[in-house]
Design a protein around this ligand. Structure first.
Ligand code: DC
Length: 335
């Protein structure tokens, strides 16, 4: 079962406006969450004391919610609260991993964090823990998480499969029209190469290095950046990568540069790999991290740099939870 919240306001206490705004609020909630009305169990409304012309529950029944239980109640007076406000909570049998809350009219002020599109850009070098942090942060904020590195990885896998050399721009150009990368979300990101879900196949050391190499090519970046910007345009999300704050979303509301010393990053990756049964030595991992840093930082197009307006976070002596809480606090302070 899932509970979904929303609210709206009316400009005057008339039956007509209560009907129109209640119907609009419900239809926006249905649309945003792909709700199946037959699975809605009940809807609770609460309204401020100045909403009296008709019950919002009656308006909901008239708007087509004929088979679920409906409740309306009046809120106690709260000093400074929004006038003429109708709040709603829908309980549905559908399991919705990331319910979308809807706030309309003046009620937007109640939840600015979820009624505005918020993009959080997290950049940093390989192994800095930014993926883990970005994923957890997105979960806490109840918004989408986009792993942009996965798009370069899928592109690199496409090159390798087609026998193109990721270091040779002309060789990649020859196969470019046979490589199509896409992403979908169902709580987690799925990355597709020519329609095949390659989310797991792109996590090999060979693909890691090929992704770093192929990401130096201008036309590859243009394609991947356009895909990433489209995801960000559709709704609030946390994006992590190398050039999010500088190139993909230079206007992102929140920008962080998450890093740690190469040794600390190698240690983290070593422990992570061991858990998965990996056999690379600490020295090999450190060498790989240093090589990738050099390649990502020195490439001509969109090198890995901390955007001047990004917050620099050195996580060498911080746990994952500490980093997530730190970023969350900084975001909440600004919202
Ligand atoms: O974050 P990752 O390790 O999955 O990224 C793989 C490579 O893709 C990385 O070495 C550089 C490149 N990349 C990039 O150039 N820009 C991004 N926004 C993300 C990744």
């Amino acid at each position: 079962m899932t509970a979904i919240r929303g609210a709206t306001t009316i400009s005057q206490d008339t039956a007509e406006e209560i009907r129109t705004e209640t119907a609009r609020l419900l239809s926006e909630l249905v649309r945003a969450n792909s709700l199946d009305i037959s699975q809605v169990l009940c809807i609770f409304f609460s309204s401020t004391q100045d909403v009296t012309a008709i019950y919002p529950a009656k308006a909901a029944r008239e708007a087509g919610f004929v088979s679920c239980a409906l409740f309306s109640c009046m809120e106690p007076p709260i000093a400074g609260s929004l006038p003429l406000c109708i709040r709603v909570m829908i309980q549905t049998e559908q399991k919705i991993e990331l319910p979308k809350y809807v706030y309309l009219n003046e009620a937007v002020r109640l939840r600015k964090d979820i009624s505005e599109v918020i993009n959080v850009a997290i950049d940093g070098p390989a192994g800095s823990g930014k993926s883990t942090v970005a994923r957890l942060l997105a979960k806490k904020l109840n918004i989408l998480f986009m792993d942009t590195g996965a798009t370069y990885r899928a592109y690199a896998l496409g090159c390798l499969r087609l026998g193109a050399d990721p270091a040779d721009e002309a060789s990649v150009a020859k196969v470019a029209d046979q490589i199509s990368v896409d992403v979908t979300y169902d709580g987690t990101q799925h990355t597709f190469l020519n329609g095949e879900d390659v989310s797991d196949k792109i996590r090999t050391p060979e693909v890691s290095m090929a992704a770093s190499t192929v990401s130096k090519i201008g036309f590859v970046r243009e394609k991947m950046v356009a895909l990433q910007q489209e995801v960000a345009r559709k709704g609030s999300c946390v994006l992590e990568g190398r050039d999010i704050g500088t190139k993909v979303l230079p206007d992102a509301r929140f920008k962080f540069f998450v890093t740690a010393s190469p040794e600390e990053r190698a240690k983290r990756r070593f422990l992570q790999d061991r858990k998965k049964g990996g056999s690379e030595s600490m020295e090999e991992i450190l060498a790989d991290i240093i090589a990738r840093d050099r390649q990502d930082e020195t490439r001509a197009i969109s090198p890995l740099v901390c955007a001047p307006d990004a917050e620099y976070v050195d996580t060498s002596n911080m746990s994952v939870d500490e980093v997530v809480s730190c970023l969350l606090r900084k975001i909440q302070e600004k919202i």
